[in-house]
Design a protein around this ligand. Structure first.
Ligand code: GLC
Ligand code: MG
Length: 591
């Protein structure tokens, strides 16, 4: 038998977050399931997921026990960034279906008691958008150009970009157009791909257009919007040069040799590290969200929400997006990015509550999405290195068993935390990243714009396995899939897990049921005295004192004893024969 970890004298049973009232609005404790429409369910066998495919499988989500779905973009798009390059915000791309299919999806979800969030992409359009086509066809200084960020180049002949901003996907953040007379012309800004020109948000026409788009989708019945790169819309006046890392969803320095930043508890995280980048988190963005909030509040009930995708640090800056008159939720990416270390996790949880409670907002927990290495693989990587932007066969491979074991434990911590939480399709199956995809299949512009230096995000976007022994593992009626499914995926298929005791799917279902039943999302949070350098132990209590749930994860080497009288209700892995919690296992217990 292993040594039992001593509890450290670092005993903090202080409350780190107060309970919400029982009649809190739906979004404060909602669990929201992210569907990446290309990869969830294909109805017509073209190898690309679509809206009728989603509608047909909505009962799966009801049975899983989530409150809402968020759909990544399904709008008309040339698909240079998988639909985050929108050519028409008011119509559905034919590969996904039609507006009638969207209406049927929304109605079908509502019938099952599920709310629907759609993705709003306001920082940039596609270069195929009619406004951008008109801008390129019109002369410098025209109102058409005024909807985007066109500038003259630097240097005598204007052949240098207007400033030194790079694209998040690699390469320059500017592209030069050819004017009508055939001469080399102005440059336009694109923080992402060259087919994603940034809007000029100082132009009131843009603001009015997005209010109209919000109203269009509210009229169709959606319950909210996930707002893409919400921290980018307004740029610093004069577009000054900037020397520094351009942080977006690929939040890390991908040089594998790079030193790991100190764990969060050792950082002074309330201060910004260096000057704020001129393209991110400018104060002017908040005016936009205050306007949107009034637009949503003018809609008929029930309450519709905005969720910010904003890779902003520190947490006190992120909390500004969820002030009472702005957005409702903002993804907690600092939590997602935290390494598997008890001290780091405890520190980020505590700070997140401090920052969000200061503005009265829930904390929005998330471990995976379509932009990052899936957590079942991420947590199986060397935890002393920064998170990589994708994994390929020629790079360090994750330890799949270790990753899944930790992922299940991490999810148990997340779902015990008061606030809202997002679940990314497939994580409920313990699905790993596709780490050996041949390069010829890769579609993420990041891979191509960096000439393969950055692997990019295709590995987390592979179509879902539903049925082990079926073409495309039941993703669709044919064997076509727009990205190849790794051989390992069959074993993770839904039909292999449903009803199987101890499967990851059944673990998620039972956790979500208990979370809903006990209203854990509205509880208070305090540290249990077992918390220490190797243990995260959090007590979630009902406001009226009727229930106390201990969520304990062991991140240390030695097994941990549970407190006297604790009754285990859920566990991510087997306990030792003595009833101790082993390494990388989490439990929920009633106190
Ligand atoms: C967001 C999206 C990402 C997309 C980018 C540009 O970060 O999540 O997938 O590539 O914005 O729209
Ligand atoms: Mg299809």
């Amino acid at each position: 038998m292993g040594r039992v970890t001593q509890t450290t004298p670092d005993v903090r049973s202080t409350t780190i977050h107060p309970a919400d009232p029982a009649d809190a609005p739906w979004w404060r404790d909602a669990v929201i399931y992210q569907i990446y429409p290309r990869s969830w369910a294909d109805s017509d066998g073209d190898g690309i997921g679509d809206l009728p495919g989603i509608t047909a499988r909505l009962p799966y989500l009801r049975d899983l026990g989530v409150d809402a779905v968020w759909l990544s973009p399904f709008y008309v798009s040339p698909m240079n960034d998988a639909g985050y390059d929108v050519a028409d915000y008011r119509d559905i791309d034919p590969i996904f279906g039609s507006l009638a299919d969207a209406d049927a999806l929304i109605a079908g979800a509502h019938d099952l008691g599920l709310k629907v969030l759609v993705d709003l992409v306001p920082n940039h359009s596609s270069s195929e958008h009619e406004w951008f086509r008109a801008a390129v066809a019109s002369p410098p200084g025209s109102p058409e150009r005024g909807r985007y960020i066109f500038r003259e180049g630097r240097g005598v002949d204007g052949s240098q970009p207007p400033n030194n901003w790079p694209s998040v996907f690699g390469g320059a953040g500017w592209t030069r157009v050819t004017e009508a007379d055939g001469s080399p012309g102005e440059w336009y800004l694109h923080l992402f791909d060259s087919t994603q020109p940034d809007y000029e948000w100082n132009n009131p026409e843009i603001g009015d257009e997005f209010v109209s788009i919000l109203e269009f989708w509210c009229d169709r019945g959606v319950d909210g919007f996930r707002v893409d790169v919400a921290n980018a819309l307004v740029k610093e006046e004069g577009l000054p040069d900037f020397e520094g890392p351009l942080q977006a969803f690929d939040a890390t320095d991908h040089n594998p040799e790079a030193a790991l930043p100190p764990p969060p508890e050792e950082r002074v995280d309330d201060e910004e590290s260096g000057p704020r980048a001129p393209m991110w988190d400018q104060d002017g963005v908040h005016e936009i969200y205050r306007r949107w909030r009034t637009v949503l509040e003018a809609q008929p009930s029930p309450e519709r929400i905005l969720c910010a995708e904003a890779w902003v640090k520190p947490g006190s800056r992120l909390a500004r997006y969820v002030r009472p008159d702005e957005m409702h939720q903002a993804f907690n990416f600092e939590f997602l990015d935290t390494h598997w270390r008890a001290g780091s996790l405890r520190a980020v949880i505590e700070r997140s509550y401090r920052d969000n409670d200061a503005v009265g907002a829930p904390t929005t927990w998330v471990l995976s999405n379509h932009d990052v290495v899936r957590h079942a693989s991420r947590l199986g990587l060397d935890q002393s290195l920064p998170r990589p932007n994708g994994i390929s066969a020629d790079r360090a491979q994750p330890d799949a068993d270790l990753g899944l074991r930790r992922a299940r434990a991490a999810t148990m911590v997340m779902l015990a935390l008061p606030g809202s939480a997002y679940v990314y399709q497939g994580e409920e199956l313990g699905l790993p990243e596709s780490t050996e995809m041949p390069h010829e299949f890769r579609q993420d512009p990041t891979f191509h714009r960096t000439e393969g230096k950055e692997i990019g995000r295709d590995g987390c976007r592979v179509p879902m396995p539903w049925v082990k022994d079926a073409p495309s593992h039941g993703f669709g009626p044919s064997d076509r899939t727009w990205l190849p499914q790794p051989d390992s995926y069959g074993a993770y298929a839904v039909d292999q897990q449903v009803g199987v005791e101890g499967s990851t799917l059944e673990l998620y279902r039972s956790l979500l049921a208990a979370r809903r039943e006990g209203r854990l999302g509205l509880g208070s949070a305090s540290w249990h005295e077992l918390s220490g350098d190797e243990v995260v132990a959090l007590v979630n209590s009902a406001a009226d004192g009727s229930r106390r749930t201990l969520a304990l994860a062991n991140l240390g080497q030695a097994p941990v004893a549970l407190p006297e009288g604790a009754r285990v209700t859920h566990r991510s892995g087997e306990l030792t024969p003595e009833g101790l919690v082993p390494t990388d296992v989490a439990v929920w217990a009633v106190l």
